[in-house]
Each structure stands twice: as C-alpha cells, then as structure tokens.
Design a protein around this ligand. Sequence first.
Ligand SMILES: [Zn+2]
Length: 142
Amino acid sequence: MDDLNSIYTDVIMEQSTATYNKHKLDGATNKEHGHNPSCGDDITLEIIMDGDVIKNIAFTGHGCAISQASTSIMIDLLKGKTKEKALRLINIFLKMVKRQKITDEEIEDLEEANALQNISNMPARVKCAELAWYTMQRLLEK
Ligand SMILES: [Zn+2]
C-alpha cells in the first residue's frame, strides 16, 4: 500500500462527504473560526455547552477531504464529553499526527480518529488534519 492509499481509508472517505455534522447550530453558546492557509481549508465550529459537558457540536465551511473528514470525526468523538476529557483527547490526537509518543491505550481512546494516524507520513497534509482540533482547543479554552 502506498502512502496515499493508507491515508484515504474507508472511514476518511466516508466522513469526508458526510453532512450530518455540517450545518449551523441553533442555540450555539460559542463558536470559533479556523483557517489553514497552506491548503485553503476554512471551518467554523459551533458548540452548545451544558455546564461542563459538550452537548452538541456542528461545523460549516469548506476544505479538502482530509480536513472535512477530520472535522466530522472529531465532532463524533467529542460530542457528549466533558471539556476536560475533550481537551485530553485533542492533545492525544495532535501528538499522534506529529508522531510524538502516545500509548496504545491513548490510540484506542481516539476511536475512529485513529484512522488519521497515517497522516503523519504526509507532512503537507498534517495541517489539514490538525485544523479542526486546534480550532476546538481554542474554542474550549476561551
Ligand atoms: Zn486541506
């Protein structure tokens, strides 16, 4: 399998065109815009917090298949999590795509998002995969 095939897995192909997380969010309590100038990916995340729990997340915007898939996968993973847990998962994901050391248990905690692990073999696409996660981190730390 070459690098490209190992990145465009079924999960990523499916999620790159999925639209169920892509819409405006009625009653959003906060939002954050993210832009990746090296590719042109541009997303806005909206969330609804219920105390310390992320009750709902949605996004709008446009970008390449990797950025769109990564955003939708992240939303699936973080919805329903506490802010603290979400920030921990974001941190693990960002370490994974930068090829920093993470444990097998941490990789499992990422669920579907670990499908993006091989992106670390393509440095030019890492920013596409990271965009949503950095944007979410800023949003949660506001
Ligand atoms: Zn991109």
